[in-house]
Design a binder for this molecule. Sequence first.
Ligand code: FAD
Length: 389
Amino acid sequence: MKKNGDNVNLNEGHLMLQDLAREFADRELIPNAEDWDRNGTFPAEAIQKARDLGILNCTIPEKYGGMGLSFMDEVIINEELGRGDPGFATITGVTMLACHPVVYAGTEEQKNEFLGRICDGQISAYCVTEPGAGSDVKAIQTTAKLEDDHYRINGSKMWIGGAGYADWFYVLARTGGSDPIKSLSGFIVDSDTPGVIIGKKEDKMGQRCSDTRSVVFNDVVIPKSNLLGGQEGGGWMQAMVAFDRSRPMLASHAVGNARGAMEEAWGYANQRQAFSKPIIEHQSISFMLADMATKIEAARLLVHKSASKLDLGERATLESAHAKRFAADIGMEVATDAVQIFGGYGYSEEFPAARRMRGAKIYQIFGGTSQIQRMIITREIQKSRGETK
Ligand SMILES: Cc1cc2nc3c(=O)[nH]c(=O)nc-3n(C[C@H](O)[C@H](O)[C@H](O)COP(=O)(O)OP(=O)(O)OC[C@H]3O[C@@H](n4cnc5c(N)ncnc54)[C@H](O)[C@@H]3O)c2cc1C
């Protein structure tokens, strides 16, 4: 184990991946982030470069063409991507979000085809949320009806990351029966299937380079073989496992963005003079920076703990919720304090602090809001205490 004060738990392999991703972020993301955000540019070239480096979708198993890296590797890489540009990190993260249900529940044929296509350079998206059902996943209304050898899908999905560029979608739909959970099934739908209608790009507060759209399924006919896992009724578990496995990554993006905000504010605090000294020498500023650093360290430890649990092959619902909730909330606090340290310049889009703050907000909303994470945390602890009926 290499001794490294910043990274007590990381081995040589982790540190190598960290360096690779950090250099990529310094070279390809940080210099472009402002322009991409201002113009809402989808960074296709940078995505390809990251893919070529082997730092995207890295937990896809080797047997399906992936890198077969660990969740720990993934969060280490993704913290650096979040520091480089959280919008870029979201774009690349949503493909893996849609791959998780396939890794978890797909048949060998489905894994070979759909994961293989991602490893060949395709993009996927995760279609769960609907206009009337976000936090309450059980309330979704999209239907999939079996007709002979095919399913017919009808319904609307909302806020789908990467929808405008995706080659295939993971779609959660209702296959019948009165049980709100057992009636949910997962499907893979090619984005060029007739009846798939992709909406306009949403005009978002932050992470404006990331592509978010509605997707309508209007009498979309797909082969029966695209029912994920080959059996109806598995959709709820697929969607929940995808959340558990992707929350550490989202949390690492929030940590990375917070780290970027802190580093930028720290640099500014050293050079900005007020009352004849650098503002870092005013205690209220130095304490703000100290608190930022502590929050980031604590959030990172939770992220690493949740990733380690996943790497043991264990259920990490509680740990992932802790990490996502805490990293999202401290990410917002740190980014807001960074704006404060920049003073009036923090309120200007000429400086990165405002973009970091706008970009931080979404972590408290997508992948399950911070309120929903708290509900999960309480429920999981109650379960472990034997308090649930
Ligand atoms: C930019 C962006 C990208 C996204 N990407 C995707 C994607 O790729 N795929 C996808 O499927 N979805 C995606 N989403 C959807 C996202 O996951 C949902 O927006 C989120 O889960 C919240 O759902 P909602 O917006 O319907 O809010 P609601 O569920 O209506 O919640 C509104 C408010 O009420 C609170 N609330 C709800 N229920 C409770 C409760 N029981 N107790 C306490 N508070 C509660 C919430 O925390 C929130 O503050 C994305 C959203 C955005 C904005």
